[in-house]
Ligand binder design. Structure first.
Ligand code: NDP
Length: 349
């Protein structure tokens, strides 16, 4: 059985969802009340691979909202309690979605193995970052060529290059061969370390990198206040919005600038679940975050282990392995052709 731990994108949205489900007490409650609320196993689902194999899964809402990020103890408790619930529910492999994997890593929750009476077994959890990195690389490969960008000579900026997903994307792009890698993040030393391990790449700050880039891969959670001077961008320019939350559409909207939601996959058939509606997917019955799909893939493959864990450990071999499974079980990376797509079921109606 696979599991997904997620959360609403905002407090406002979480309250609206509570109202629609008939939980008026929560819908009217303030943030303090939500901070005290326990995680909920909100949905169970059955999923069938293109190979015919069927697995069962569950979605756990951590009842965390991004407005709690500054309340460190609350954020930490929300993630650990959701993991405890996943383990108590007998789930074999659970993906930490949205901010939950970042909270886990940044707050060093590896030290917090015991939650109430439950000893957490890390092997039952995955960040899903290996599949996310592979999907983002597929999105670069396929959509650059559809825009007439030749990757072999293109400059590709990776914003968040020194991070877990960013460093994996850089290694994959290096093996694939691109014109030049532009390495962007705030702290210089991790970028220097990455540059040394790659033996290539140019370190730049964001303002300098953007006007040079044919492709920009965003794999950092960016502040709402970030502004992009769209006039200075190359044309065409492909932007893969792989961070969370996905807020680039409005910031980079301009003729010749193509923004694609990064790290999103579409399944080969509809899944009878509600959970992706809250994640604002264009086709919520089929589309999902690649990190969630990783938990499904590990369950399809009977690989009940923490396939993606820790920071900057993602290997090219692991990306190839999860990518091959992704294609075989019926996932496809979201492409520019999917933008604004409607579900086939709706189109036929
Ligand atoms: P990490 O914390 O490992 O890496 C984050 C990277 O971003 C670091 O290189 C960091 O370096 C850099 N960074 C952070 N803030 C800024 C900034 N303001 N400007 C430039 N660089 C910045 O995170 P992950 O690799 O695990 O995740 C990366 C992003 O991908 C996150 O936003 C995460 O939520 C998202 N994600 C999306 C998924 C999906 O859509 N399917 C699935 C999983 C994750 P420094 O601190 O030095 O700036």
């Amino acid at each position: 059985m696979f599991g997904l731990i997620g959360h609403s994108t905002s407090f406002e949205e979480a309250r609206a969802k509570a109202r629609s489900l008939g939980f008026d007490e929560y819908a009217d409650g303030d943030l303090d009340m939500w901070c005290a609320a326990p995680p909920q196993l909100v949905e169970k689902v059955t999923v069938t691979s293109r190979t015919g194999k069927t697995i069962e899964g569950a979605y756990i809402d951590s009842v965390f909202v991004p407005e709690m990020l500054r309340r460190f103890k609350t954020a930490k408790r929300k993630v650990l309690k959701a993991m405890e619930l996943a383990q108590r529910s007998g789930i074999d492999i659970t993906a930490l979605g949205g901010f939950t994997s970042i909270i886990f890593e940044d707050m060093n929750l590896l030290r917090e193995e015991r939650v109430s009476a439950v000893q957490l077994n890390w092997e039952r959890f995955t960040t899903g970052n290996t599949h996310t990195a592979w999907v983002i690389c597929q999105q670069v490969e396929r959509n650059a060529s559809s825009l007439g960008i030749d990757l072999a000579s293109a400059k590709v900026a990776v914003v968040g290059a020194s991070g877990d997903i960013g460093s994996a994307v850089c290694r994959w792009l290096q093996r694939r061969g691109v014109g030049e890698l532009l390495l962007v993040a705030r702290r210089p030393q991790p970028l220097v370390d990455l540059q040394e391990s790659l033996g290539e790449g140019r370190i730049l700050d964001l303002e300098a990198a953007l006007p040079e880039a044919d492709v920009v891969v965003w794999v950092a959670s960016l502040p709402q206040s970030l502004q992009i001077d769209t006039a200075s961008l190359k044309r065409p320019c492909l932007m893969i919005d792989g961070g969370y939350p996905k807020n680039l559409d409005a910031k980079a909207a301009a003729e010749g600038v193509h923004v694609l939601k990064g790290g999103i996959v579409e399944f080969w058939q509809d899944i009878g679940w509600q959970m992706m509606e809250v994640a604002e997917m264009a086709v919520p019955q089929r589309q999902m975050f690649a990190c969630f799909a990783e938990a499904m893939l590990l369950d399809f493959e009977d690989l009940h282990t923490n396939f993606s864990w820790g920071r900057n450990n993602i290997t090219l071999a692991a990306m190839d392995r999860i990518g091959e499974a992704s294609l075989r079980h019926g996932f496809e990376a979201l492409g520019l052709q999917h933008a604004g797509a409607v579900s086939p079921a709706l189109a036929a109606a």
